[in-house]
Design a protein around this ligand. Structure first.
Ligand code: ADP
Length: 495
């Protein structure tokens, strides 16, 4: 077995075809080989044939063959090296055979003429070999470039041959469908099970988009499926298309996969939001309509005292409505970055105090206590920061069901100002800490949440803090209360 391998290796080394495309043009191999062959030939004619003159014609035929071989194996450099070695050998023959007179002249002339012909031959064949090398390299590069592009595209790509065996999957595909998919696997036996989103049933092998594209020679557009990777359900959008060669024969198929889980989640949140918003808007409007009728009736009866009560309710509901609409508008303004900020230096501790006092007036069931307060000046939009503080405190009140006080702190924290709002309420599971700052997000979803709200407050707060180059985060565990912190850069003139 080993012998075959060694033989194979020698065969590969000697075969000029197997060196096409290599672009390695050594001269050591031709020179050493030519020298060895010449020595062998000399020994052969001197000691076996015992006729030094017998070298003539075989030396020409054999050496032409050798020059062609070396030019084709080692390029122009190899060919020229072989020619030079040949000329040296021919001159050695003239010297060794002690040619004189006419024989010497004709020997040297023949060597020169043959040498020139050999050079042209070596150069032509060597050039041919190098051109082929270059073309092959270009082709390999073009293929390599294409593969690099495929590998780095931001969508998942899988290429299969006509039997459905995977030939290429890019990194994004693996990210979406998991690491277990490997080139060489058959697409049907791959470890990822596509499921129909509605029924949850596994997609039969023959219904896999890539196999359908192959069988029907048609493009399959944007089919939505579910997959479960690492215990997490993901929604994927799959398209597949057959790939044809120049003669329109199907040679492969490509499948493009996109992870649309986040988009679908946001769409669902938006749907929920629209339902919730219409419900929330309907409540004050229904009440407004009702109290306007009551007001009309009481005015007709000239019952001004009770008419005043109705006006108060109308006022309150109108304020609610306005707050709701403003909130809605603000989200969309934040989204398009349209909000303008008016920044100034102001005392953050005064602002927090103001917010705490005003919310204490409104909240009856809980105490909001400013437990620690250090004088600190920041540069920012007073109104927006006030909005953030109020939002954190109202959330704290809302999500505690009247349990415990709300503790507020304002002070300095390594190069910035920090405000913290601590409550002892329902808390937030760790997995939700990032999500609650997303647009329209509510822990447990809008439909299961029993607290009024839209999941917009923290999104707006985060936008505002980000625009001030600050940071906002939460420390909490389920049932363990929550502490929201935010930081703001200090003003240059601070303190
Ligand atoms: P919402 O209008 O629903 O209160 P927010 O953006 O202010 O919207 O908050 C997003 C979600 O974060 C809330 O729905 C709630 O689930 C959770 N959350 C916010 N603050 C608290 C808190 N102090 N304690 C517990 N959960 C909170």
């Amino acid at each position: 077995m080993k012998k075959v391998n060694t033989l194979e290796k020698i065969g590969h080394y000697l075969n000029p075809i197997s060196h096409l495309g290599e672009r390695r043009y050594s001269i050591v191999f031709p020179v050493l080989s030519m020298a060895s062959i010449s020595i062998f030939l000399e020994l052969f004619v001197h000691y076996i044939l015992r006729d030094p003159a017998a070298v003539g014609v075989p030396a020409i035929v054999l050496y032409i063959a050798l020059i062609i071989y070396f030019a084709f194996r080692c390029g122009v450099r190899g060919g020229v090296a072989a020619v030079v070695s040949t000329i040296v050998y021919y001159l050695y023959i003239i010297y060794d055979r002690q040619y004189t007179g006419e024989q010497l002249t004709s020997g040297v002339t023949t060597t020169l003429i043959l040498g020139s012909i050999y050079l042209v031959l070596a150069y032509t064949i060597g050039w041919l070999k190098q051109t082929i090398d270059e073309l092959l390299e270009r082709q390999v590069n073009a293929k390599g470039r294409l593969l690099t592009i495929i590998r780095q595209l931001p969508v998942g790509i899988m290429i299969t041959d006509t039997t459905g065996a995977i030939t290429e999957v890019n990194a994004q595909f693996r990210r979406i469908a998991g690491d277990k998919i490997r080139p060489g696997d058959y697409v049907g036996s791959a470890h990822v099970r596509l499921k129909y989103p509605q029924s949850g049933l596994t997609v039969p092998i023959e219904q896999l988009p890539v196999l359908q594209a192959l069988r029907n020679a048609k493009v399959v557009h944007d089919r939505e499926f579910m997959i479960t990777i690492g215990g997490k359900k993901r929604v994927v959008l799959v398209s597949a298309a057959p790939i044809y060669d120049q003669r329109q024969r199907t040679v492969a198929a490509v499948s493009i996969v996109q992870d649309v889980t986040a988009t679908r989640e946001l769409e669902k949140r938006k749907d929920d939001f629209v339902n919730m918003a219409s419900h929330e808007l309907k409540t004050p409007i229904t009440s407004l309509v009702l109290y306007l009728t009551i007001l009309k009736r009481r005015l007709a009866k000239r019952d001004y005292a009770r008419a005043g009560q109705a006006v108060e309710v109308i006022e309150r509901q109108t304020a609610n409505l306005l707050k709701l609409i403003n909130n809605l508008l603000e989200v969309s303004r934040h989204q398009v970055g349209k909000l303008t900020y008016t920044k100034e230096n102001f005392r953050l501790d005064d602002l927090v105090q103001e917010a705490v006092d005003s919310l204490n007036d409104e909240t009856t069931q809980q105490n909001i206590i400013l437990v620690s307060r250090k004088p600190i000046t920041v540069y920012g939009d007073r109104f927006r920061i006030y909005q953030v503080v109020t939002n954190l405190i109202t959330n704290a009140v809302k999500y505690t069901n009247g349990k415990g006080d709300i503790q507020v702190r304002v002070g300095r924290a390594t190069g910035s100002a920090r405000v913290s709002v601590k409550d002892f309420g329902i808390g937030i599971p760790r997995s939700e800490h990032k999500k609650i700052f997303e647009k329209l997000y509510q822990v447990g979803g809008i439909t299961t949440n029993t607290y009024p709200g839209f999941g917009m407050g923290l999104f707006i707060a985060k936008e505002i803090i980000n625009r001030h180059k600050g940071r906002i985060w939460v420390e909490s565990g389920e049932g363990k209360g929550a502490t929201f912190h935010f930081t703001l850069p200090l003003s240059r003139k601070s303190d």
